[in-house]
Design a protein around this ligand. Structure first.
Ligand code: NAD
Length: 455
């Protein structure tokens, strides 16, 4: 039986022949073959029918009991996240804690959203299951991103096929196996493989694809799902701008620019990707950004006090280097770091003088880089901030006029003197960063078919 091996990204070496040696393997899972999919889906359909016949409250109780099983494997999950994708243990523990400890609250919120609404004495709105939902998830938050879409899908009375990233198969396997100690057989199945399997799942006889990942993959999935008019939720990439106005609180802006550019080693959909700073304060801003960025500690997931882990794999490492090299060749100034780092790390890097001709400005950069451009006119900053196919998050730091600037930004989540998005609001992308969203009643209901019952 074919296996998928996951590797500790912190052990990748520059010698390409040495990058995938067995000693660096975290473990193996069995690959789900494309020929197995019809049986997997047939089992999912049978399980779904029984599951949908339960009341919403019964489903909620079962889901909550299943999530309680995760309490005993929290440490194991955090360790696997660190081993498989390099996130430091503190952040990995936070990701696991958020998923496990919020499960009861999350389930009751979803349950409230999916309860039948009585419109008048003769009309109800019912939220009915769709059938089989494929949840396709990325590696950067391997537990949280799967969970955000998986729980509402299950609660709505669907069965779920989880296709995790090929970078983090063991996190997903442990997550699913643990939930399955309580969930009915075949209601939740993990299908393991790379994007070829993902494509086959999308094309198979399923009813919905709930996807978190890159914009490019999202476009393929949308096209692939079109013939069956499969329902879609797409949480895609971002290229989030930050505008720093002349009257911004300097220290707060500096702290945000660095922390948000470096979070999760820069491998986050809403990390700050481009900072536009008013030229009247730019010199001081840049000097303070460099001072703070220099204090970040780079290292392996299990080393103490590490803020920045390795890039997830040599391909991602090379992508970041190529963006830095392009910026260097086109005249950007490196205030901290360089465009040449050996595997597996990208050191904290601060680049200024970035222009729209540079890939660093145009594309999502999945690495710990603060990308700075100076502006002299706020209209120019707004125009550059909006000059992107992406529209996930955006942030403005400034005084009285900051909200008016924020109102002009084309993004699903905009923060004024704070990060974009938050608790109890939709996690939503505009433009090509998203199609559908998760969170709030409207988000949860996307995993269901609305039925108008008139009687
Ligand atoms: P990716 O798109 O390469 O892969 C994501 C998942 O999709 C993986 O499981 C992969 O195997 C599968 N896949 C890839 N191509 C596919 C296809 N054509 N058909 C079906 N399945 C396919 O993304 P990644 O590198 O794992 O994750 C990083 C990306 O995810 C970044 O762009 C990041 O911004 C984005 N992201 C977005 C959010 C959000 O909430 N908007 C959250 C986290 C990550």
């Amino acid at each position: 039986m074919a296996v998928l091996t996951s590797y500790n990204p912190g052990t990748y070496l520059n010698n390409q022949n040495d990058t995938r040696i067995e000693a660096n393997a975290v473990g193996n899972v069995h690959i789900t073959t494309i020929t197995q999919l019809p049986m997997v889906i047939s089992n999912a359909r049978t399980a779904q029918k029984n599951w949908a016949s339960l009341s919403l409250l019964e489903r909620q109780k079962t889901v909550v009991a299943a999530y309680q099983q995760l309490e005993s494997v929290q440490d194991e999950l955090a360790t696997l996240i660190g081993q498989e994708m390099g996130k430091d243990y503190r952040r990995a523990t936070y990701e696991v804690g958020g998923t496990v400890q919020n499960a009861g609250y999350f389930a009751s919120e979803i349950s409230a959203a999916l309860s039948t609404e009585q419109i008048d004495n003769h009309t109800q709105l019912q939220y009915r299951p769709l059938g089989v939902v494929a949840v396709i998830s990325p590696w950067n938050y391997p537990l949280a991103m799967a969970n955000n879409l998986l729980m509402p899908a299950l609660m709505a009375g669907n069965s779920v096929l989880l296709k995790p990233s090929e970078e983090t198969p063991l996190v997903a396997e442990l997550f699913v196996n643990t939930l399955n100690k309580v969930l009915p057989e075949h209601l939740l199945q993990c299908v393991q493989g790379d994007k070829t399997l993902g494509q086959a799942v999308v094309a198979a006889d399923i009813n919905m694809v709930a996807f978190t990942g890159s914009m490019a993959a999202g476009k393929h999935i949308m096209a692939n799902a079109a013939s069956g008019l499969k329902r879609l939720v797409m949480e895609l990439g971002g290229n989030d701008p930050m505008i720093v106005m002349a009257d911004a609180n300097m220290d707060a802006a500096v702290r945000f620019a660095v922390a948000s550019s470096f979070e999760n080693a820069g491998q986050m959909c809403t990390s700050t990707e481009r900072v536009y700073v008013d030229q009247s304060i730019a010199a001081e801003f840049e000097q303070k950004v460099v001072a703070l960025a220099s204090r970040y500690r780079v290292g392996q997931w299990n080393e103490p006090n590490v803020n920045i882990g390795p890039m997830v794999n040599p391909i991602q490492h090379q992508k970041v280097l190529a963006q830095l090299q392009d910026a260097n060749a086109k005249g950007a100034t490196f205030l901290l770091g360089s465009d040449d780092y050996p595997l597996p790390f990208i050191q904290p890097t601060v680049v200024t003088g970035v222009t729209q001709e540079m890939i660093l400005e145009r594309e999502e950069t999945f690495g710990p880089v603060v990308v700075i451009s100076r502006f002299s006119d706020i209209e120019e900053a707004i125009s550059r901030a909006n000059s992107s196919h992406y529209g996930l998050g955006a942030v403005v730091f400034g005084g009285q006029g900051a909200k008016a600037v924020a109102e002009q930004l084309e993004a699903g989540m905009v923060g004024v003197n704070q990060g974009a998005g938050g608790g109890n609001v939709p996690w939503v992308g505009a433009k090509q960063s998203g199609f559908g969203f998760h969170g709030t009643a409207a988000g949860h209901r996307q995993f269901s078919q609305i039925r108008v019952m008139s009687y």
